[in-house]
Design a protein around this ligand. Structure first.
Ligand code: AMP
Length: 146
């Protein structure tokens, strides 16, 4: 009985747990690093997805990536921010999930990632899956079995 429930959880499609794209803060390729820093600071998120106008996923951008790009030898060169583009500093090697992936795959990946971007069969960004959501589901499961 217990193992059946466990299998059911592991096989659950991640689509049930996604924070949908319209609720996800993002920046666009071509945006300046200055704009991106504003978005990151105001939302309080450590990193956000980088999308194009067709909502295709290009990478992830964090405050650290921006700060590192303006680190001079003795000072932070804030005046450079307006001339640096998101594309120049983002991480393109993003680990992502497909909408058809299961809870089991997400569980493996959230060990190393606070959140994962999710794309559909055409590569369009549909939302994110966070470690917090996965842990909540896991907690629910653990407390439900005796
Ligand atoms: P949380 O599970 O809320 O602690 O989120 C973990 C990380 O996921 C945050 O630091 C962000 O990088 C990302 N994140 C969570 N929710 C959002 C959102 N609505 N928009 C953009 N990024 C998000």
């Amino acid at each position: 009985m217990i193992s059946t429930n466990r299998r059911a959880l592991l096989d659950t499609p991640i689509s049930e747990f996604i924070i949908s794209s319209e609720k996800v803060a993002h920046v666009q390729v071509g945006n300046s690093a200055e704009h991106a820093l504003l978005v990151l600071t105001k939302t309080g998120y450590s990193s956000v997805p980088v999308l194009d106008t067709k909502y295709r996923l290009h990478g992830l951008l964090s405050t650290k990536m921006i700060t590192e790009s303006i680190l001079g030898l003795e000072r932070i060169e804030y005046e450079k921010l307006a001339n640096i583009k998101v594309d120049d500093v983002m991480d393109r090697g993003v680990t992502y999930l497909k909408i058809t992936d299961t809870f089991q795959k997400a569980l493996d990946l959230v060990i190393n990632h606070a959140f994962l971007c999710v794309v559909d069969h055409e590569g369009t960004f549909v939302g994110i899956l966070t470690r917090r959501v996965i842990l909540k589901q896991l907690k629910k499961y653990i407390y439900s079995v005796d």
